[in-house]
Design a protein around this ligand. Structure first.
Ligand SMILES: [Zn+2]
Length: 375
């Protein structure tokens, strides 16, 4: 797939939301939900075991929807108010590298403050690749998210209790429930991205049935309560998509990442405004870079001395703006001058944001420095 222009990303966001009203897409969602339930109850002997498993799966994936129509309505609501993001190819690579490192960390939480916006639709210029729990390579092209309160029973419950709670009625015998805020995260795949579960016949049939209108489909979803601790899926062989997405959000909150809002086609903006809530703009997310490199002493780097075999992250630092008297030293910010002068020599200094240097086609190194940025 050719790299989409920001206007095309805006069109794609609107297109994905519109697809949720299409009968073919509803049938697909219905099939996915049935499949999920079938897999969940496999091998469960008693009725109680079965509905507890179904309850757990629905809670994690589709909460609070009971059927495809309700679920499509939830996804549609999230996409309606979602901000549009376009994540560049090098950002996808950097997040994947960082995610692989952080997998060793064990536990993570998601908090409201980490979300780049309360609802979002992020398109990836390069599909994100992960291993599913059956060991197959699966690709995703976009994610979306939106706020979702989650209600728990704080003591043992029955099927009847669940039904009553779902219907908004009081639960019998004063059983206690607890409601916390959380986020629903959805991954979307493109039927034209080839991966290990890709199928030519399926793609042809899909494009035929939807008359080529919808090429991006629901892949998976999770509802995560804020502040709860999750472990990286050590027991599963596969990747943890939520941990990858969490890594993306962490990145988006660091100085190393920056964004632009490019000019968009009037036609795309008008169409977007007609059916969506947010202003029609696309935030393009990329790694910060500079054309002139300085070393930490503020000396411009002669190109010959730089190792161009990889890219690496240069941490944010202060740098002298002019020639300064005395021996060579690091710029040291003086709070008395709002950090605009050097404490050592009194010369003017400036803050250099962290950025990435090196050729675009080389892997990003030294991502551990992002941990430091975050703390
Ligand atoms: Zn100085």
């Amino acid at each position: 797939m050719k790299r989409l222009t920001p206007s095309e990303v805006l069109d794609m966001h609107r297109n994905v939301r519109e697809s949720l009203a299409d009968p073919t897409v509803r049938r697909y969602l219905d099939g996915f939900m049935r499949d999920t339930v079938e897999k969940a109850v496999k091998g469960k002997k008693t009725e109680v075991e079965r509905w507890k498993e179904i309850g757990s799966v629905f809670g994690q994936l589709f909460h609070p929807a009971n059927n495809p129509d309700q679920f499509a309505a939830l996804l549609s609501k999230d996409l309606f108010s979602a901000r549009t993001y376009q994540v560049t190819e090098e950002m996808v690579d950097a997040v994947s590298a960082m995610y692989r490192r952080s997998q060793q960390e064990g536990m993570f939480t998601v908090t409201l403050g980490e979300l780049p916006s309360e609802a979002g639709f992020a398109w990836f210029d390069k599909p994100i690749t992960h291993i599913d729990k059956h060991g197959k390579v699966v690709k995703a092209r976009a994610i979306s998210w939106g706020l979702q309160p989650v209600t728990y029973f704080t003591e043992d419950y029955t099927q009847e209790d669940i039904d009553r709670a779902m219907a908004g009625q009081d639960v019998k015998d004063g059983k206690k429930t607890m409601t916390v805020q959380g986020v629903r995260v959805v991954t979307w795949f493109s039927v034209t991205d080839k991966d290990e579960i890709w199928d030519q016949e399926y793609q042809d049939a899909w494009i035929r049935e939807t008359h080529g209108r919808y090429r991006v489909l629901y892949s998976h979803s999770f509802t995560l309560p804020f502040g709860q601790r999750f472990s990286f899926s050590a027991e599963d062989q596969g990747d943890d998509m939520m941990a990858w997405i969490k890594t993306l959000w962490v990145f988006m909150n660091t100085e190393i990442v920056t964004s632009t809002r490019p000019h968009l086609r009037a036609f795309s903006m008008k169409k977007f405004q007609r059916s969506m809530k947010e202003p029609p703009e696309v935030n393009v997310i990329y790694l910060r870079r500079r054309h002139v490199d300085y070393d930490s002493f503020g000396v411009p780097q002669p190109a010959g001395l730089i190792d161009w075999s990889c890219r690496w992250v240069v941490q944010g630092h202060h740098r002298h703006l002019e020639k300064y008297p005395g021996p060579k030293h690091h710029a040291l910010p003086d709070p008395a001058f709002a950090n605009t002068k050097c404490l050592t020599c009194g010369s003017k200094i400036t803050w250099v944001h962290p950025y990435v240097k090196g050729p675009d086609d080389k892997p990003v190194r030294a991502l551990e420095q992002l941990y430091l940025l975050r703390q």
